[in-house]
Write a protein that binds this ligand. Structure first.
Ligand SMILES: [Zn+2]
Length: 337
């Protein structure tokens, strides 16, 4: 990296004002600042895993190499390519401070992220690893709890008109009765994104394919259901329309590693689920019946709904529409009718 003296020298040699012209073109081309560079790309996605696929993969599409940026920008009118390569050292990545070398990602998260959120992620991750039951000692966790209580007061129960899908591993299914798809017995429930071990919830998805991906591709039997009861949903997929006052907070959580980090499903140690389980507890205590959240494994617009109110048995409160098998013959779906 350039020393301050070297940078000043380079600025003196600069015939125009490289930094100003660079940012002017970046702004007019992408309307956003640089989210990350090659150096900090992995770290950016570790903090904001949902940004990778969300919003029609806008983040991935924003990648541009500096040569293309030069050829497409008005900088060409002022600098030769050699001069561009020389003066680019004057621009450093706003995220990690390193000089830009090959690629940049001009991208802004599609909401106003909570200030200094990345340091909050670190604080919460430390507690999650060491003393998960003490999360409420953390001021930010407390803020999230209070927000969810307030959101609950403003949220009405509603009837879902679209079908939802619930998968079971085909090999463990005794029949295709609706009761087979209901809350599992406590004794077989391991820790999940929104539930503690031994405390059953119902994970449902927006479509069979998302169910199948959430089941990590094991052959599964999927029930298509219509919920017949009105339910109160904490909606983490469409936060602006559903919970406008807290939309930035909820979106920040959902895009971040706190709620959307991928967790491999082996073993008992699942620290990446601690904060989402905490949110599950907050929602449960605030009177929500379910949480709707984007799938980390399905495609664009796919979502999951987890029913956290254990009195909402699907045998009693929903209608079975269809049964579909997935993953048994080259991953094609077979409908039983
Ligand atoms: Zn960087």
């Amino acid at each position: 990296m350039l020393s301050i003296a070297e940078k000043e020298l380079l600025q003196k040699e600069d015939p125009y004002w490289f930094e100003e012209l660079f940012y002017r073109d970046l702004e007019s081309w992408f309307s956003s600042d640089i989210a990350c560079c090659d150096e900090c790309y992995d770290d950016y996605l570790a903090c904001w895993p949902h940004a990778y696929a969300a919003d029609k993969a806008a983040f991935q599409c924003s990648s541009i190499d500096l040569e293309c940026f030069y050829s497409g920008s008005r900088l060409r009118a002022y600098y030769t390519k050699e001069q561009f390569d020389k003066y680019i050292c004057l621009i450093s990545c706003p995220r990690c401070g390193n000089e830009l070398k090959y690629n940049i990602w001009p991208y802004s998260l599609p909401f106003n992220a909570i200030e200094n959120f990345e340091s909050k992620i670190n604080e919460i991750s430390e507690i999650a690893k060491k003393t998960p039951f003490l999360l409420l000692e953390n001021y930010f966790a407390r803020e999230v709890y209070d927000a969810i209580l307030n959101i609950s007061k403003e949220t009405e129960k509603k009837l879902l008109s679209a079908s939802l899908f619930r998968a079971r591993e085909s090999s463990s299914l005794k029949s295709e009765e609706i009761s087979e798809f209901d809350f599992p017995p406590n004794s077989v429930v391991s820790e999940g994104r929104y539930n503690h071990a031994g405390m059953p919830v119902l994970y449902l998805a927006s479509d069979p394919k998302t169910c199948y991906h959430e089941m990590r591709g094991v052959p599964c039997t999927i029930a298509e259901l219509n919920l017949l009861e009105k339910i109160k949903i904490l909606d983490l997929t469409d936060t602006y329309d559903s919970h406008q006052d807290y939309s930035d907070l909820l979106s920040t959580l959902v895009y971040s590693a706190l709620m959307s980090a991928k967790q491999d499903n082996t073993g008992w140690h699942r620290p990446k689920y601690v904060f989402s389980r905490f949110v599950g507890d907050c929602a449960n205590s605030a009177g929500f019946d379910a949480i709707k959240y984007p799938s980390t494994r399905g495609g664009e617009d796919s979502f999951n709904i987890v029913i956290i109110n254990s009195s909402l048995s699907i045998s009693k409160h929903s209608k079975l529409i269809d049964i579909v098998k997935y993953g048994e013959h080259d991953n094609t779906a077979v409908t039983n009718g």
